[in-house]
Design a protein around this ligand. Structure first.
Ligand SMILES: Nc1nc(=O)c(N)c(NC[C@H](O)[C@H](O)[C@H](O)COP(=O)(O)O)[nH]1
Ligand SMILES: [Zn+2]
Length: 196
């Protein structure tokens, strides 16, 4: 039986496919969920928001758009999304993303890990756990820092395996030598986190 995370990773992949291909970033999709504790088949999940790379104007990331979409619906500025995320006893917030959230961005814009940890400010629960389909390839920032930074902030993360090839093909679609980069990323140790 496939893991219950796979359908969500496939939903993120479908979102990523909506992203306009660019050589300067990756095409990524993200889904924000409210999940009931001790609900192993996720029957009581609530999808709060979705996002994909460059869905919103400017050089925007999937996770950034996911939060911004939620903030817009709740009529607050993006940086106040933490204040309108639901806090419900017996439920937790989790995010699915096709790629490990960025810990650094070449553009210098706020990395998504910072946006995720920002939801836990002011003693709010915020995002409890992040599920991602691949580690960030080294294309732009070399060794990725996302997972390490999430751990440092006390936010759990987990690699959901099985869709790496599909996720990377979509992520790299706008790159000059996409096929080669996908092969390299698949072959590299750090992409297959399970080998670590
Ligand atoms: N998790 C994730 N979601 C995204 O939507 C996206 N585009 C990236 N991409 C990570 C990559 O490291 C940055 O795209 C480059 O570092 C360029 O930085 P900008 O995007 O221009 O800020 N990563
Ligand atoms: Zn990002």
């Amino acid at each position: 039986s496939t893991s219950p995370h796979i359908p969500y990773m496939k939903q993120c992949l479908s979102l990523a496919e909506k992203s306009p291909p660019r050589p300067t970033n990756f095409r990524v999709g993200a889904v924000l969920i409210s999940r009931k504790d001790n609900d192993p088949t996720f029957t009581d999940d609530r999808i709060l928001s979705t996002g994909y790379t460059m869905e919103l104007a400017g050089n925007t990331h999937a996770e950034q758009c996911c939060f911004a979409n939620y903030a817009a619906v709740h009529k607050v500025p993006d940086d106040q999304v933490g204040e309108v995320l639901p806090v419900e006893p017996g439920r937790k917030l989790v995010m699915y993303v096709t790629m490990e959230p960025c810990g650094k961005r070449l553009s210098g814009n706020a990395p998504c890990v910072q946006r995720i940890t920002g939801t836990t400010e002011g003693g709010r629960e915020g995002i409890h756990k992040v599920y991602f389909g691949v580690k960030e390839p080294g294309t732009f920032v070399g060794e990725s820092e996302g997972c390490r930074m999430l751990t440092q902030a006390g936010i759990e993360w987990e690699h959901v395996g099985g869709l790496e090839k599909e996720i990377l093909n979509v992520a790299f679609a706008g790159h000059e030598n996409a096929e080669e980069e996908v092969r390299a990323a698949l072959g590299k140790k750090e992409t297959n986190i399970d080998d670590v």
